[in-house]
Design a protein around this ligand. Sequence first.
Ligand SMILES: Cc1cc2nc3c(=O)[nH]c(=O)nc-3n(C[C@H](O)[C@H](O)[C@H](O)COP(=O)(O)OP(=O)(O)OC[C@H]3O[C@@H](n4cnc5c(N)ncnc54)[C@H](O)[C@@H]3O)c2cc1C
Length: 378
Amino acid sequence: MIDFSFTDEQEMFRKASREFAETRVAPFIPEMEKTGKVPPGLVQALADAEMLAITIPEEYGGLGLGYVARMIALEEISRISVATGMMLQVFALGIDPFVRFGSKEQKEFYLPKLARGERLATVAVTEPTGGSDPTGLRTTYFKNGTDYILTGRKCFITNAHIADTVTILAKDENDPKAFSAFIAEKGAEGFSATHEEHKVGMRGCNTGELSLEKCKVPATALLGQEGKGLRVSMSAIGDVGRGGMVGCAIGLQTACLEASVKFANERILYGKPISALQTIQNKLADMKIDLEAGRLLAYRAAALHDKGERSSNEFAVAKYFTTEAAQRAAKMAVDIHGGYGCMEEYAVSRFIRDAFVLGPSAGTSDIMKVIVARWVIG
Ligand SMILES: Cc1cc2nc3c(=O)[nH]c(=O)nc-3n(C[C@H](O)[C@H](O)[C@H](O)COP(=O)(O)OP(=O)(O)OC[C@H]3O[C@@H](n4cnc5c(N)ncnc54)[C@H](O)[C@@H]3O)c2cc1C
């Protein structure tokens, strides 16, 4: 039997997440849009609401609620602020390598602090050499006594300037086929956050570059086995990173639809609301159909993930569909608003800028199709 309903606990969690987003996240949006900076009070609010603890097992101080719950939280938060959804989704992306590949000592040291928001995490794979081809990266490491020395540059990293704990993917200086994942800590010798990007959308979610200048990390900073780092970082991006983008996308689709319905019912033309016009109704129906299909893909992939089954192909399908659908929804929402859609007072002008940023993050739509084609062909 397939049961498409949420449990009572999940419904309660959705209600709490919605209330949190509407009361604690929404007030920060004007500041985020104006400054493009992460408000410290927002990160604290996420930590206080235990939003960073959702995917961390209870034995390490987390809530152990899993990935359906995370999807619910991201959907509700992104309905109000995609920038906040993105920031939160990448905190969980940064947490995943510790949960899946951390040693007992690494888990005990990092996870309780990450759950409380005392430390913030991210994953740094992308380099100027091209994010679609992680094996082409140029950041190298070599062993020096008991330490590792890392040199290179990472770009487009979410939370680069606010994260304390970064999983870095690097290749062995002496064996370009061997990749390893390391924990780099804020303040480590030779490690710094440099250029900060100014994105067209998701303003107030930090994106930037990280520089590793002969950065020295101890042997205990190795995550997983030496030479097996691609698995550590790419499995985090494949399931948690892409799943997170899906949560952001369905939240944004919902926001676009709600704003459009409200406007279409209030805007009077020819003596009646424009929601009575067939063309407007078609757009609303298209948005609803995309949202319904996207939510099914999203929650199916998250449920598979919670069952411990392989879900990266399902997340690739969901990531492609929902981020493309969010872009379509934002365009239709702006169109429905007529000239008002171009005015900053209307949230849909933010939605369309945010929608564009959903595309490349955690892999472009082209790459999602590459993954799906590989799944089909076998
Ligand atoms: C807002 C934002 C946040 C991000 N956060 C992070 C982060 O936290 N950590 C991190 O490591 N990275 C992060 N990224 C980087 C992101 O993963 C990359 O932007 C993405 O993988 C694409 O890489 P690229 O930008 O270098 O484009 P490229 O890889 O250079 O791609 C250029 C074009 O070529 C196409 N292309 C490439 N390969 C193929 C192929 N095989 N078949 C068909 N077309 C192809 C692409 O689809 C694209 O259209 C973030 C990016 C953004 C925009």
